[in-house]
Design a protein around this ligand. Structure first.
Ligand SMILES: NC(=O)c1ccc[n+]([C@@H]2O[C@H](COP(=O)([O-])OP(=O)(O)OC[C@H]3O[C@@H](n4cnc5c(N)ncnc54)[C@H](O)[C@@H]3O)[C@@H](O)[C@H]2O)c1
Length: 413
């Protein structure tokens, strides 16, 4: 079997997934080249400027100085690697269907340079069958004749950006190899960076489990958002109801309402699942409905916020507080706050925003002073947001995060 004693690793894609993985691998004794097709990103990384919150500039500087890490755009770096992992985006296209372009391109670029005996792992989230039916055929097409043995596995990334507790080391990692040799090498590799690699029987099980994990969240958030509207009609405080249900010691997990779902995973991965279902001439109606409920939630939030304005004023000045897709990150990808902003604007209101982590949002700057608003909506409880200065002006606040319950002037969902 292939030995991993040399410990040269190439990671394709140096974003929210690939860069923290690179740091964890360096800590575990690997020499890492982080490949990225963005020259700008590679330049920033080699100047110790981290694009993700979970990797500090200081950490980046230290690993570069130790010569254990560098970033590059040159796929020939792959020739020296025993392990290559792919961590590129797997978004949706305009039809809200899987867009595997980056994964296909990364595989195609890597294939000619894989040395004999290399393990290629896909960490990108995708539907079951992606390794077997998409990645491996591309490698077969573009590999060179010297590559007698190549090994393939799936190990879906579970990183949770901004999470202080769970990281590469202590989060169990699913590993599914395409054959027994691939599986053994992949388990060996992940044992070196993770306390608990979890063997599954096939790559498809690992791919499907990743979709189940994130779809579980989408569906439960959809359920609680739907339930929130019912509680609102009935005059019940949904958060009190959830806290009450949460006292049951088994069989219940609390999810909280909000504006919707955001980020690169929860709004996206379940649609890989629905596509997978339709590809098998089936469907996943529960998932589709939950997606719809979440996508409509901004309208409920808008109505509730507008109801807090005295005299039902038209052309209201509305402040959105927190526009990242979740607290602690500067990431606005798929943020549901964008739907709320656009909807309020179509109703004719003047919508401004502020987020201590974000300097420009969709080309617009934040409001310079948090004064003179008719209502403020706390969309995401971003650290550094001070509600006192809003409250002291008598501006009503709708808190969509349930962080400031029981405070005069603050209404929760
Ligand atoms: N962000 C998360 O919280 C998270 C968590 C778990 C899993 N994932 C999954 O991990 C994968 C990567 O997501 P991410 O958030 O790290 O993306 P990202 O956008 O933060 O980073 C991806 C990087 O890949 C680079 N890239 C794109 N195409 C490339 C190519 N052909 N060759 C080389 N580099 C290329 C981009 O320039 C970018 O720097 C996705 O499948 C995502 O669903 C993400």
């Amino acid at each position: 079997m292939q030995s991993l004693s040399q410990r040269n690793l190439v990671i394709i894609g140096q974003g929210y997934v690939g860069l923290p993985l690179a740091m964890a691998a360096v800590d575990a004794g690997w020499t890492v080249v982080g490949l990225d097709n963005s020259e700008k990103r590679v330049e920033a990384l080699n100047s110790a400027k981290s694009p993700v919150e979970d990797v500090s500039n200081t950490k980046l500087e230290a690993v570069i100085k130790s010569k254990k890490y560098k970033a590059s755009t040159d796929f020939r770096e792959i020739e020296k690697a025993q392990v290559v992992t792919i961590c590129v985006p797997t978004p949706l296209n305009d039809l809200r269907q899987p867009d595997l372009t980056a994964l296909q391109n990364a595989t195609k670029s890597a294939a000619p340079f894989l040395a004999d005996g290399t393990l290629l792992v896909s960490e990108s989230t995708s539907y079951p069958g992606t390794l077997r039916d998409v990645v491996i055929p591309i490698v077969e097409k573009y590999r060179n004749s010297g590559q007698k043995n190549l090994f393939f596995a799936v190990a879906p990334e579970r990183v949770n950006p901004g999470d202080q507790k769970w990281n590469q080391k202590n989060t169990p990692r699913l590993v599914g190899g395409i054959d027994s040799n691939s599986h053994e090498i992949a388990m060996d590799f992940y044992s070196s960076i993770c306390n608990k690699p979890v063997a599954v029987s096939t790559p498809e099980v690992a791919e499907a489990a990743k979709l189940l994990e994130n779809t579980f969240r989408l569906v439960n958030i959809g359920l609680v958002n739907e339930f929130t509207k019912l509680c609102d009609l009935a005059g019940l405080n949904v958060n009190e109801v959830i806290s009450a249900a949460e006292t049951k010691p088994y069989g219940f997990l609390p999810f909280r309402p909000g504006i919707g779902v955001g980020g690169h995973c929860i709004p996206v991965d379940p649609l890989y699942l629905t596509w997978w279902a339709s590809n098998m001439n089936s469907s996943a109606p529960i998932v589709e409905l939950a997606d719809q409920v979440n996508l409509e939630m901004h309208k409920f939030v808008a109505t509730k916020a507008l109801s807090l304005i005295k005299d039902n004023k038209a052309n209201a000045r509305i402040l959105l507080l927190g526009v990242a897709y979740k607290p602690g990150v500067a990431d606005t990808r798929e943020t549901p706050v964008a739907y709320l902003r656009d909807y309020l604007k179509t109703l004719g209101h003047d919508v401004q925003w502020f987020d201590p982590f974000i300097y420009v949002w969709d080309g617009f700057l934040p409001v310079p002073k948090l004064i003179d608003f008719d209502v403020a909506i706390l969309a995401v409880n971003q650290p550094g947001i001070d509600l006192n200065q809003i409250l002291s002006q008598g501006i009503p606040i709708l808190d969509c995060t349930n962080s400031y319950a029981n405070i005069d002037g603050v209404t929760t969902l």
